[in-house]
Design a protein. Structure first.
Length: 109
């Protein structure tokens, strides 16, 4: 589930960042470079306002662990490279995702 989610998330991020808002729920939280936003609508706005138009993620590491303190969920660590359109050099990135497991919405956060 974790690996499939990561592949879907970053493919969607690269193709249509605005569509990611539908993955988040009312209690979801996103922290990005010291800024914290909560809820699907606010997260969607934050993602839309990132200071670049196009990018391409190249995933190097996906590590998924069960979370006993978060029953029915997993903790996902992702690292890789990010290529911004028009930039010569790639940037390194990492992200930690606390993901609930849902049968009806397998890619929901």
């Amino acid at each position: 589930v974790g690996r499939a989610f990561v592949e879907y998330y970053y493919q969607t991020f690269d193709a249509n960042r605005g569509a990611l808002a539908t993955l988040y729920g009312g209690t979801s939280v996103l922290s990005f470079e010291g800024h914290r936003v909560a809820g699907a609508e606010e997260i969607g706005l934050k993602l839309a306002q990132l200071p670049f138009e196009q990018c391409r993620h190249s995933i190097c590491t996906i590590d998924c662990q069960p979370t006993p303190s978060f029953p029915g969920g997993i903790l996902v660590f992702v690292s890789g490279n990010l290529q911004l359109a028009g930039e010569e050099h790639q940037l390194r990135f990492s992200q930690v995702i606390k993901k609930p497991i849902s049968v009806t919405r397998p890619f929901a956060l």
